[in-house]
Ligand binder design. Structure first.
Ligand SMILES: Cc1cc2nc3c(=O)[nH]c(=O)nc-3n(C[C@H](O)[C@H](O)[C@H](O)COP(=O)(O)OP(=O)(O)OC[C@H]3O[C@@H](n4cnc5c(N)ncnc54)[C@H](O)[C@@H]3O)c2cc1C
Length: 317
């Protein structure tokens, strides 16, 4: 039986569920919380619950409860690679805080070793690593996500975070205590299990001259400001680059720069970015994404694949 829109918008949580979540995370639980403020696009309806966990034990307890209660959940980092539907999400959104934001950077022989909790920001991590002279850290500079989200996405530029991973610790409902996993890394995805939450990561870099590394980062950040729409809310590149080509080049070639649906706009600066000009809805963005995709298939014969993750209920609300 297909679900009606009204049913899709109804919270999954009972009163007992609410009591159980408060018992796990106290005041760090918010019910029916709009997600727009938690995403870089500033778009998205409410989550049934948004729970901030501050320790590995708390995360383990929450996951165990979700498994026992068969409650869907989703971990959110900085929300810089997700589009949340206007109808929100019928899940428990998990955010990591507290110790998960810790970063420790040390020099060992000729290497820079960085240990970072999953909610540490990539900006803090790259700055600390640069000061220690981590060669190639520049390829991770300017990425606005968390370490955990970046690991899930295997984020990067000319080099990706997976190139530097020494160890990854995860927690999952079936194995809630932190444990190390070995992963394969591909272009914007990895073999990380769907139900695994990255809790901590160790990265290793060759050690070079800190001044040279900082200068390289500065140059890359200036280039980003020149080539990307930094002043408007967006989620970076919407589509993955197809083999041997660039999504931005294809989108620009069909004349899509500046196209609009409501308050969503294909960036005139970088064709693979969609800006929220003020009050764009998820529907505006998905309508624009579909229009761009159609034009590229028709005129270039290439089917673009989404890089951003679509989550929740995409219905008129
Ligand atoms: C202006 C701008 C520039 C960008 N530039 C780049 C770039 O140069 N290169 C690039 O690769 N990307 C880039 N991005 C995209 C984005 O920043 C990266 O994908 C980022 O690493 C996502 O991290 P996040 O914390 O925001 O993840 P979110 O958007 O919160 O989540 C992304 C996915 O990861 C999952 N996730 C989040 N945290 C965890 C965790 N702890 N464990 C397991 N899964 C988790 C989520 O469930 C979701 O499926 C850019 C985005 C913007 C807005």
């Amino acid at each position: 039986m297909s679900m009606t829109t009204a049913e899709a918008l109804q919270s999954l949580l009972s009163e007992d569920d609410r009591v159980a979540l408060v018992a796990i995370a106290g005041e760090r639980v918010a019910f029916d919380e709009p997600l727009a403020p938690y995403t870089s696009w500033h778009i998205g309806g409410p989550a049934d619950a948004l729970v901030s966990v501050e320790s590995e034990d708390e995360l383990a307890r929450l996951m165990t409860w979700c498994l026992r209660r068969r409650m869907p959940w989703l971990v959110l980092g900085s929300g810089s690679n997700v589009l949340v539907g206007d109808g929100g999400v019928r899940v428990v959104i998990v955010r990591l805080g507290g110790h998960f934001a810790d970063v420790d950077v040390r020099v060992e022989d000729r290497e820079v070793i960085a240990e970072a909790g999953a909610s540490a920001g990539m900006a803090a991590l790259t700055a600390r690593c640069a000061s220690a002279g981590a060669v190639s850290i520049g390829s991770l500079a300017g990425i606005p996500g968390t370490v955990g989200g970046s690991l899930r996405m295997n984020a990067g530029t000319d080099r990706e975070i997976g190139d530097f991973v020494r160890q990854v610790w995860v927690q999952s409902p079936s194995k809630p205590q932190p444990h190390a996993v070995s992963l394969q890394y591909y272009y914007r995805h990895t073999t990380l299990a769907r139900d695994a939450v990255v809790s901590r990561v160790t990265l290793a870099f060759k050690r070079g001259d800190p001044a040279a590394v900082r200068a390289e980062i500065q140059e890359r950040l200036v280039r980003r400001k020149r080539t990307q729409p930094v002043a408007l809310p967006n989620a970076g590149s919407c589509f993955r680059n197809p083999d041997g080509d660039k999504a931005a080049r294809l989108i620009e070639s069909v004349g899509a720069k500046g196209w609009r649906e409501g308050d969503a706009e294909v960036s005139p600066v970088h064709a693979n970015f969609i800006n929220n000009l003020g009050s764009a809805s998820a529907k505006d963005v998905t309508t624009l994404l579909a229009r761009v995709r159609r034009a590229v298939v028709q005129r270039c014969g290439v089917e673009l694949q989404l890089e951003v993750h679509l989550v929740g209920v995409f219905a008129d609300v």
